[in-house]
Design a protein around this ligand. Structure first.
Ligand code: ATP
Length: 354
């Protein structure tokens, strides 16, 4: 494995008595796209700002390309940054905005012009170099902000919720564009977002943060399918969390309400009588028998939502209500509210949460 391009080691940040980031550790590979995902106030921006050099860690070290940058100023770190609000200089044209970092670095006018033309092509706005920021849409302004950040060829790109001020359609198209530009340039990137769909769709890996702690660091596939903590399970996607009691740890038998279900994954050392939190995705369950489904719960249908290709059904199990998705196959009529039902699933799909 290549040496990490960015290494954040035991970083902590306190503002007065308030510790907002605790023992944060992360290695990012060269060219990797890593998202920090979490609710407002979980410390994502603070970690990003420490990587950028706008905040000083209370403890710990940060290395970029093997060099300890913990005490270096932002302009000594070779990073590009894009913020949520369009931070373009309003009195400069698009071309002057993009050239800004090059000019500061002392590049010749010819080199600046060449690079600005390149960047305008990369962000697909070749004709707009002479416009002022107020003459651009929000999406165009963020593209220019991206071009300005990338123009000096930084080795690390930091994106702080760059899409959150844009409307839904522009957000999706710019998200895909950022990813394709990032891949093309091979630039190591950290992307801060509170939007789980955004993080799942754009990232090589996701750091899910809560309360200043990295709860889980993994690929989108793993984060979605194998959340390791209750917080991650609840935050990422719709997930049913079930509280159970261990009946037989060796055989993976757990009581949930009036049913005893089988669980394949390790019960984390829980003993008979211990409480365990389990999670099941809506798409992992079926109403009635289904091939490969070897364990079941029983309840009553309380809600049926026809969503087109999928029908979302809520089933009350007694103490809890779970949501499950069945595919609409146009031949079977939708389930009926009030019916008693069996909910089946594979014991291997029951997640055990910490
Ligand atoms: P958001 O998505 O809302 O930006 P976030 O996850 O990025 O949230 P941070 O901005 O990193 O969260 O803030 C984490 C915590 O640190 C918050 O409780 C915030 O109030 C606090 N905080 C951030 N900057 C400062 C500061 N300069 N002085 C005091 N407290 C701060």
């Amino acid at each position: 494995m290549a040496a990490p391009f960015l290494s954040i080691q035991h970083v902590k940040k306190s503002f007065g008595d308030n510790t907002v980031v605790q023992d944060f550790n992360l290695d990012v590979e060269p060219g990797e796209f890593v998202s920090f995902l979490g609710p407002s106030g979980c410390g994502k921006t603070t970690v990003l700002r420490m990587v950028a050099g706008f905040e000083e860690p209370t403890a710990g070290k940060i290395f970029i390309a093997g060099k300890d940058v913990t005490n270096l100023k932002p302009n000594q770190r070779n990073i590009g940054m894009v913020f949520q609000a369009y931070a373009l200089f309003p009195n400069l044209t698009v071309a002057q905005n993009i050239a800004f970092g090059l000019k500061v670095a002392g590049a010749s006018k010819a080199d600046q012009d060449k690079r600005v033309a390149e960047m305008l092509n990369i962000i697909k706005l070749p004709q707009l170099g002479d416009r002022y920021p107020y003459q651009l849409s929000g999406g165009q302004q963020q593209r220019v902000a991206l071009a300005r950040a990338l123009a000096p060829s930084p080795k690390l790109l930091l994106l702080d919720e760059p899409l959150s001020a844009l409307d839904a359609k522009v957000r999706v198209s710019l998200r895909d564009e950022i990813r394709s530009i990032q891949k093309r340039l091979g630039i190591t990137t950290i992307f801060v977002t509170h939007d789980q769909e955004e993080a799942l769709s754009i990232s090589d890996r996701i750091v899910v943060m809560y309360g200043g702690v990295a709860e889980q660091v993994a690929t989108p596939f793993e984060i979605y399918n194998r959340p390791s903590t209750k917080f991650v399970a609840n935050f990422v996607g719709t997930l049913n969390v079930l509280e159970g009691t261990v009946v037989d740890p060796a055989l993976g038998k757990v009581r949930v309400n009036n049913d005893e279900i089988a669980v394949k994954h390790s019960l984390n050392g829980a003993k008979r009588g211990d409480a365990v939190s389990l999670a099941l995705r809506p798409e992992a369950m079926a109403l009635g028998d289904y091939s490969g489904h070897d364990t079941e719960l029983h309840g009553k249908i309380t809600d049926v939502h026809f969503l087109g290709s999928v029908i979302r059904v809520r089933v009350n199990l007694g103490a809890e209500t779970i949501a499950l998705d069945t595919f609409n196959n146009s031949r079977t009529p939708p389930p009926t509210i009030g019916d008693s039902t069996k909910v089946t699933f594979a014991s291997n799909d029951v997640l055990v949460l910490h």
